[in-house]
Design a protein around this ligand. Sequence first.
Ligand code: ATP
Length: 339
Amino acid sequence: MSTAPHPGAPAAPGAAAARRGAPATASRPASHPSKATDRALPIEARGLVKRYGEIIAVDHVDLTVEAGDVYGFLGPNGAGKTTTLRMLLGLIRPSEGSVRLFGRDPIADGIQALEGVAGFVEAPRFYPYLTGQKNLELLAAYDGGGAATRIEEALETVGLTARRRHRVGGYSHGMKQRLGIAAALIRRPRLLLLDEPATGLDPGGMRDMRALVRRLADEGMTVLLSSHLLTEVEELCNRVAIVRAGAVVHEGMLIDLLAAAAGGYRLETTDDEVALGLARAHAGVSDADTGPGGLTLRAEREAVAELTLELAAHGVGLHALTPSRPGLEELFLRLTESP
Ligand code: ATP
């Protein structure tokens, strides 16, 4: 796991991973840190670019995460999610652009910018031969300021109290993910950044992870969550950014995204082939197609009413006409796969 760097934690695997890719300044407070204010946005990224030679991993990404948001960061494999999270956490330096976490720059201000911020990038990594509790104690020692007193609470929150004295090497994937969150929680973050926390979990593990994130959000934590699991994002997040080939193709309230995509209908008719021909020729109807569930199309209400009359006039009966509200998955595919 690349964690948000714990101050001076070179030995712990999580922290070590965090520091490997980190610029030299990431763990050193700058002499003139930028000013953090209570009213500053948890995350404000502007024009973020990351190039690896010819590859543009992240291409002018803007992100605004407000206090209380559960922000879904979505995109297909290779879209640039992890690279963006690494830049947000100050683990790698942007080629262009800026990041502010509560008003502070994680590159220029180093560890000070991560006050109140925690999270992990990619899979959690801990010392496998130490217990979950011991791993957390090591990380807490770097954090100081009472982090050790929060270990019990963090283990309880993620449901690992009963297994705290077991070696991490014997933990399941889901338990390691939850220990990763516990490691973040001992820092008592106001902002939590999680890179695909439920990836690889079984359905029960996903449900538990979802419930955990929901609980943290209900307690007032701001969360940025990258995910492939669209139902999870649909259930948890109030705002989303959808990235494709390094660039944001949609950003905004999830509810607005879903509403804007409404206007779809599904028809079951006595003759879908004839109905399809009529629908395609009808003004105001678009995206008409047939599938196992019948005929699908997009249209304004009036155009749908006119089409039903036309179907009747051509002897095509209607078994069902259902407005379909596309799920996030359909929108995601539309936004990330259309030419
Ligand atoms: P996934 O969902 O598969 O984890 P992602 O959206 O997190 O993908 P990134 O891991 O950020 O995507 O990768 C974005 C692009 O940048 C990919 O083309 C990847 O190969 C490239 N990339 C990332 N890190 C490096 C690196 N260190 N060197 C070269 N290319 C890199």
